[in-house]
Design a protein around this ligand. Structure first.
Ligand SMILES: C[S@@+](CC[C@H](N)C(=O)[O-])C[C@H]1O[C@@H](n2cnc3c(N)ncnc32)[C@H](O)[C@@H]1O
Length: 252
């Protein structure tokens, strides 16, 4: 066994692993995450209908032939607002059914690795499984490099200097709320840009930050795009997109 295998460790029967797979480039997986992807009995992942699943795609170079997989397909994603009754009803039922399916595997004594883009405890669907299963089954969460750290690294943007405060804002907030929060922060990350791109851009401009704002799409992935937000004129961005506004604090 190599030193890397020893460091990565093994998977235990009947345990659920929330595996953070990082922002996109497979080389940014931790040793523990890479080891578990290969060691668990069942590799589980969420995916949007008709797509391979981003977290599953990220770990493709590591997969062991013949490993059991479970794909859980979202009934909807960002087609309807998350506040709507339809979204909450359908996604709530989907998460309950997924947790039941995972519980069945765990009761059978299988080790299950549920993949999570970036870090599992940062706006991750995994959290909805953790909430339902962690009191009944052993769960290990493996932290991952977040999408935002992958993006600011690729955009070459040091984000927080000295006493700078950093606001992490979902682009799904209302425009006024975005402006208000942006005015209070020294540095900001705006997640979930996708269909909210035009609104996010207006809010950043209203907060007087457009000249510093950078749009990063699919950071660290093969088809990554990085450009000033001021040059983004389309009303909609990619689902995997964020806006970064670096701080300007104490630079010695
Ligand atoms: C549901 S959140 C998942 C966040 C993830 N758990 C993390 O640690 O980054 C999805 C949002 O994360 C952001 N995101 C994650 N990875 C990204 C990447 N590689 N490039 C751009 N945006 C990314 C996008 O704003 C996307 O809408």
């Amino acid at each position: 066994m190599s030193v890397l295998d020893t460091l990565a460790g093994t998977a235990t029967a009947g345990t659920l692993y929330g595996i953070g797979v990082g922002p996109g480039d497979a080389r940014y997986l931790t040793l523990r995450a890479a080891g578990l992807v290969r060691a668990v009995d069942v590799l589980a992942y969420f995916a949007k209908a008709g797509l391979p699943g981003n977290a599953r795609r990220i770990v493709t170079p590591l997969l062991v032939e013949g490993q059991a997989e479970r794909r859980f397909e979202y009934p909807l994603t960002d087609e309807v607002p998350a506040e709507s009754a339809e979204y909450q009803h359908k996604i709530g039922a989907f998460y309950r059914a997924t947790a039941d399916a995972l519980a069945t595997l765990l009761r059978q004594g299988r080790s299950v690795g549920l993949l999570a883009e970036g870090d599992p405890f940062f706006y991750g669907s995994f959290m909805h499984m953790w909430r339902r299963l962690a009191s009944d089954f052993p769960v290990e969460v493996v932290p991952g490099v977040t999408g935002m750290s992958g993006c600011w690294t690729r955009a070459n943007l040091p984000m927080t200097w000295g006493n700078d405060t950093l606001a992490v804002l979902p682009g799904t907030l209302g425009e006024d709320q975005l402006v208000e929060r942006l005015r209070l922060a020294d540095a900001a990350v705006i997640m979930k840009v996708g269909r909210n791109l035009a609104k996010v851009r207006r809010a950043v401009e209203a907060a007087g930050l457009l000249s510093r704002a950078v749009y990063v799409e699919r950071g660290t992935m093969r088809d990554e795009r990085i450009l000033p937000l001021a040059e983004c004129c389309a009303p909609t961005g990619a689902y995997f997109a964020m806006v970064l506004i670096p701080g300007q604090g104490r630079q010695l």
